[in-house]
Design a protein around this ligand. Structure first.
Ligand code: F0G
Length: 529
C-alpha cells in the first residue's frame, strides 16, 4: 500500500498543514449515524461523535440504513444514472414533491420550476444566471417598446402631425441643434445614447454582510468574507453588501442603482419625453440563518422589511436554504419561521441524503423564463441516482406526518438547552448561544487579549476555534468546527438521530473547554493526538 504522506501532500498541502496544527488532520475510515471512526496506532477503530455532520449535509446522519438500502436497490436495478436529454420522471416527481411541501409551508399555490445542480454554489449560480436572464430579457423588451414609441414620435414629426414644443430640448439638457439638424433628430440621438448607457450597465446584486453563498467564480462574489471574495473580484459581478438589520441601507443602496429609460411619445400633437423606472439590481440573496458566517438567525423584523422591500421594488429574493433548509430547523424551510416567501429557493447539502451530490434551484412561475432550460445545463445534474435519493430523504422527513421535522425541533431544543446551561455556567467565557433546531452556534468571548499566551496567540492568528476543536477531538472524541468566517463560534449541526447521551457527552466536553478558557490554562489543552 502507498504511504499516506506520499499521496496526500499533493492534495492541498497548506490546508493539511493548518489542520495538522490543530490536530485535525485525522483520517476517518467508517461512518454511521452520528459517529465517525478513525483508527488508532494499533489499527483499532476509535469512535468520534460527529457534530459537524458534513457541514449540515447529514440530516439523517452518516450512511442511514434506509438511504443506503435505497441506493443499493437503485444500483442493483441497474437504473440509468445518466441519460441526458431524455424524459426524467424522477426529476419531475422530486420537483412536484418539493412544490407540495413548499406550498404547504408558505401558503402559496404558485408553482416553482426546478433546475438541478451538483452543489450548493452551483445551485446559487443557476439562480443568479436565471435572475440575470430575466433582467436582461425585461430590459430588452422595455427598450424595444421605448424605441418603437420614439420611432413613431419621430415619424409623426416628420409627417407634420406632431411638433416638438419649446423647452423639450432643455429638459434633457441639450443645446441648440447644429446647422441642418432637426430638433427631433437631436432628441432621438440623446434618448438612444442615455438608454444605451442604462443597457450597458452591469447588474448589481444585493447580499448581506456575513452571508455565505459559495466559493465558485460567480457565487464567491456574493459571499461577504473579503478573504474569499476579493482576489476574484475581477471575475464576477458586483455585489453590494447590506448590514443585517439595516433596511435604511438596503433602500439607500437600491436608490443609488435606480435610473430611468426614456422614450418619446406624442400627446395631443406634441412630442413628450416619457420615463420608465429602471434599476440595475438583479436580485437579493440571503440565508434565513447565516451558517458559515457564524450561525446568525435573521431577525424577524428585518426579514419582514426585506419581504416588503422586495414586494415594493420588484427586486427578486433568492433564499439560500442550502444549509438551513431540508427540515433542519423544524420546518422544511428555515424562512418559514420568518414569513419569507422567495422568488427563488436554493437547496443542496441534505438533499443528497449524505451520499449523493444534489442541489436544486426553484423559481416561481411569474418569474420563470423557459428559455433558461436550453441556456443552462450540467452533465451530472438531474441524474436519476441523486433524484431518487433526494425523494427518499423527503419521504423520511415527511413520514408519520412530519416526524423528521418534529425530531429536528425537539432534538434541537434539547441540544440548545444544554448549550444555554453551559453558557450560563461560564458567562465570562461564552458570549452567546444562537440558532434554531439542529443549526446551533456557541460563541466564545474574543480571546485576542487573553492572559494565557497560547490562547491569545491562537485567537490572534484566527486559530482559536480550531485549537478548541482539536481538544474536543483528542480529549473527548467529539468533532465540531468553528464557522470558518467567525472562528470564535463553534457550530453544532448533528442529525435528527441525536441522543440524550450524545448531548450529555458534549456537555461534559464543553464544560471542560470552558473551564480551561476561564482558568486561562492552555496547558490543559490536548493539541494533537
Ligand atoms: N450557501 C450556503 C448557505 C452554504 O452554507 C454553502 C456551503 C453554500 C451555499 C455552498 O454550497 O459548498 O455545496 O458549494 N457551506 C459550507 C459551510 C461550505 O461551511 O457551511 P457548496
Amino acid at each position: 500500500m502507498e504511504s499516506e504522506s506520499a499521496v496526500s501532500e499533493l492534495a492541498e498541502p497548506n490546508l493539511r498543514r493548518l489542520l495538522s496544527t490543530a490536530g485535525l488532520d485525522v483520517e476517518y475510515v467508517r461512518a454511521v449515524g452520528n459517529t465517525l471512526f478513525r483508527k488508532d496506532a494499533n489499527g483499532r477503530e476509535v469512535p468520534v461523535l460527529d457534530y459537524a455532520a458534513g457541514y449540515g449535509a447529514l440530516i439523517f446522519g452518516h450512511n442511514h440504513p434506509e438511504i443506503v438500502a435505497r441506493a443499493r436497490e437503485l444500483l442493483d436495478e441497474q437504473i440509468p444514472v445518466l441519460a441526458q436529454f431524455s424524459s426524467h420522471p424522477y426529476a419531475n416527481r422530486l420537483a412536484d414533491e418539493l412544490n407540495r411541501i413548499i406550498h404547504r409551508e408558505t401558503g402559496t399555490t404558485e408553482p416553482y420550476y426546478a433546475t438541478f445542480a451538483n452543489s450548493g454554489a452551483e445551485g446559487v449560480e443557476a439562480a443568479v444566471k436565471h435572475a440575470e436572464l430575466d433582467r436582461v430579457l425585461s430590459l430588452s423588451a422595455h427598450l424595444d417598446e421605448a424605441e418603437e414609441s420614439t420611432r413613431a414620435a419621430r415619424a409623426a414629426v416628420e409627417a407634420g402631425t406632431a411638433t416638438v414644443p419649446e423647452g423639450l430640448r432643455d429638459s434633457l439638457g441639450l443645446g441648440r441643434p447644429a446647422d441642418g439638424e432637426q430638433d427631433i433628430e437631436r432628441l432621438c440621438g440623446e434618448i438612444g445614447r442615455r438608454n444605451d448607457e442604462r443597457r450597458n450597465r452591469p447588474p448589481v446584486f444585493l447580499a448581506l454582510e456575513s452571508g455565505f453563498h459559495g466559493k465558485l467564480m460567480g457565487s464567491v462574489q456574493l459571499t461577504h468574507n473579503p478573504g474569499y471574495r476579493e482576489p476574484f473580484t475581477a471575475l464576477g459581478a458586483t455585489t453590494r453588501f447590506v448590514p443585517v438589520g439595516r433596511p435604511d441601507v438596503l433602500k439607500e443602496v437600491f436608490e443609488q442603482e435606480r435610473g430611468v429609460l426614456l422614450r418619446l411619445t406624442v400627446e395631443r400633437g406634441e412630442v413628450r419625453v416619457g420615463e420608465r423606472e429602471h434599476h440595475t439590481v438583479c436580485a437579493f440573496l440571503l440565508e434565513p440563518i447565516q451558517g458559515e458566517g457564524g450561525i446568525h438567525p435573521l431577525p424577524r423584523k428585518f426579514a419582514e422589511e426585506i419581504q416588503a422591500f422586495s414586494e415594493e421594488t420588484g427586486c427578486p429574493l433568492v433564499i439560500d436554504e442550502i444549509q438551513s433548509g431540508m427540515g433542519r430547523t423544524g420546518t422544511f424551510l428555515a424562512g418559514t419561521h420568518l414569513g419569507l416567501r422567495g422568488d427563488y429557493y436554493v437547496l443542496a447539502k441534505a438533499l443528497g441524503g449524505g451520499i449523493a451530490k444534489a442541489a436544486v434551484m426553484l423559481v416561481r412561475e411569474t418569474r420563470y423564463r423557459p428559455e433558461f432550460e436550453l441556456l443552462h445545463s450540467s452533465t451530472f445534474a438531474k441524474d436519476s441516482f441523486s433524484c431518487y435519493v433526494a425523494l427518499k430523504v423527503l419521504d423520511m422527513l415527511e413520514a408519520g406526518g412530519g416526524e423528521g421535522y418534529r425530531l429536528a425541533e425537539e432534538r434541537g431544543a434539547a441540544l440548545a438547552a444544554m448549550l444555554e446551561r453551559v453558557a450560563a455556567g461560564f458567562p465570562d467565557v461564552v458570549k452567546e448561544v444562537r440558532g434554531r433546531g439542529l443549526m446551533l452556534g456557541f460563541e466564545f468571548h474574543d480571546q485576542c487579549d487573553a492572559k494565557d499566551d497560547a490562547l491569545r496567540e491562537a485567537a490572534r492568528s484566527s486559530l482559536f476555534g480550531y485549537v478548541i476543536a482539536g481538544h474536543l477531538l483528542h480529549r473527548h472524541a467529539i468533532r465540531s468546527f468553528p464557522t470558518a468566517s467567525a472562528v470564535h463560534t463553534l457550530r453544532f449541526e448533528p442529525s435528527v438521530l441525536l441522543t440524550d447521551a450524545e448531548i450529555d457527552r458534549l456537555e461534559e466536553a464543553l464544560t471542560d473547554v470552558c473551564g480551561i478558557v476561564r482558568d486561562q490554562s492552555s496547558q490543559r489543552l490536548v493539541l494533537t493526538s
